[in-house]
Ligand binder design. Sequence first.
Ligand SMILES: [Zn+2]
Length: 137
Amino acid sequence: MPEFSVGKEVLSHCNKCKLPLAHIIVVMKDTMTIGKVKCKTCNAIHAYKDPSKATSRRGRKKGSTTKKSADVKDVWLEAMNKATTKSQLYSTKSKFSKGDIIDHPSFGPGVIDGLLDNNKIIVIFRHDTKTLIHNKA
Ligand SMILES: [Zn+2]
């Protein structure tokens, strides 16, 4: 068994960082039980949490959203929040510019991330980024 004492470093799960990180022991409950720890990363003082017990939460996360789609969603959300224009119904005949919000019949609302060639737009949708045709004569 490792020995614990105030001022020593210990690996604890941090509630703020949501990671098992190095913490400094601040309070001992008794000689074998850690009371409170201070996170070396965010400096938060909180109750000691055994990182091996916290890992069970990781299993619950599995099978939800993949990392890729979560990232696209973040970009989409940020772009939607930044947009100042009203959404326009998507049509291949319409002409769009960067930053425009479009409403696509199948993909839903999207933000134009950029223009490609003369008649293509790169659009960020909630779940994916797509290249679509616009400005079609
Ligand atoms: Zn922390």
